[in-house]
Design a protein around this ligand. Structure first.
Ligand code: PLP
Length: 390
């Protein structure tokens, strides 16, 4: 990204802004834009662009435009889903339960933890197995009359593992008419058809910068009869669900990015998965002590390759790779302590000594064969040199 010599394999952290998205945003800015709530021409123009973006995002998700709440990104969408659904119970001081998977992104997990500081809220985490998957039947067993929200992400940010969301939704519905299902689809949006994969969820979170759009804009889709307690008070924008002047240009960027992702999805999935598999096979042959974190046969996003390298410290590896022009990450882009072992890997039962050498390569739609060649040349050399100096 930017540096032509760098091989960017960290799309799970953020994706480059697609050129067509930048063009659409520039076009939106090319004439005066007012506040969408106003009455004059620039305001009307802003309102029109915002509502067109809303229609497009809604169509992409297979939902009604009235369900779409624009936010500042995935983190805010997750907070709004958790606090918004639990908020009504908390205000009325009635017991409320939230169940989430042990592999949720911190945006969800920390929201649940914070919500559970209220004495009325009980939070339970459902474990994941060695593949990173929840067991829908086990999850259903945790749902009771007080459960307000069940949060299971569509695809994990670290491993790329895709959860059996349909079965999760069915298990929740079998136990409760009132519990809502929230899915964090932030990582999944580039490669999965959300109208299909997230169809059963009551609430869906998206973030533009993970799908070739700009940083700082996202969506929470909220399907009736789900009720949300607003977390921002103000002018009552977004049907009173999220006050604050909307980022019209950002919304245009998000809608364009989703359109582009949908336009070549089938081809992109095939191409990116083939590149990822070539990288995995090549590294498997050339790097000793390499452990593929997700067992074969598990449904994983096409761009994700999560590895654990025995005897390697993650941060040292990432810095050395970067010095050789390869950008990867240790897993979560939000990990607070660089040396902490990922709680997702811990939940999957990955031993701590292996998890310390965790590295995540995430390929994107613009990744090329040359990027993979470069990584195949650099990674084995860097790992061998780190082992020599250890
Ligand atoms: N959820 C998942 C699965 C993510 O990967 C991320 C970003 O890393 C987020 C939520 C937060 O999104 P944002 O960076 O837009 O706040």
């Amino acid at each position: 990204m930017g540096d032509p010599r760098s091989t960017y394999l960290d799309h799970g952290a953020t994706t480059p802004l697609r050129a067509e998205v930048a063009d659409a945003m520039a076009e939106a800015r090319s004439e005066p834009l007012g506040n969408p709530t106003g009455s004059h021409r620039p305001a009307q123009r802003a309102r029109r662009l915002l509502e067109e973006a809303r229609d497009e995002v809604a169509a992409h998700l297979g939902r009604d435009p009235s369900e779409i709440v624009f936010t500042s990104g995935g983190t805010e969408s997750a907070n709004l889903a958790v606090f918004g659904t639990l908020g009504l119970a908390v205000r009325e001081r009635r017991p409320a339960g939230v169940v989430s998977s042990a592999a949720e992104h911190p945006a969800v997990r920390e929201s649940c933890r914070a919500a559970a500081r209220e004495p009325w809220v009980a939070w339970r985490e459902i474990p994941v197995d060695a593949s990173g998957l929840v067991d829908p039947d086990e999850l259903g067993g945790l749902v009771d009359a007080q459960t307000v929200l069940v949060a299971v992400m569509l695809a994990n940010n670290e491993t790329g593992v895709v959860q059996p969301l349909d079965r999760v939704v069915a298990a929740v519905r079998a136990r409760s008419d009132t519990a809502r299902v929230f899915t964090d689809a932030v990582q999944a949006a580039s490669f999965l058809c959300l109208a299909e994969h997230a169809a059963g969820a009551d609430l869906v979170a998206l973030s533009a910068h993970k799908v070739g759009g700009p940083v700082g804009v996202g969506v929470l889709a909220v399907r009736p009869p789900t009720e949300l307690a607003a977390q921002h008070y103000g002018g009552g924008q977004e049907r009173d669900r999220r006050s604050g002047t909307q980022d019209v240009v950002g919304a245009v960027g998000l809608a364009t990015a989703l359109r582009l992702a949908a336009a070549d999805r089938v081809e992109a999935v095939r191409r990116v998965a083939a590149l990822r598999d070539r990288l995995a096979e090549g590294l498997g042959r050339s790097v000793e002590g390499l452990h593929r974190t997700v067992p074969p046969g598990v449904d994983v996003l096409p761009g994700h390759l999560h590895l654990c390298l025995r005897g390697i410290e993650r941060e040292e590896l990432l810095v050395a790779l970067s010095e050789h022009g390869v950008c990867a990450s240790g897993g979560s882009s939000c990990a607070s302590g660089a040396l902490e072992v990922s709680y997702v890997l811990e939940a999957m039962g990955v031993p701590a000594d292996l998890a310390r050498g965790a590295v995540r390569f995430t390929l994107g739609t613009e990744t090329t064969g040359a990027d993979v060649d470069r990584a195949l040349a650099v990674v084995p050399e860097v790992v061998a040199s780190l082992r020599r100096t250890a």
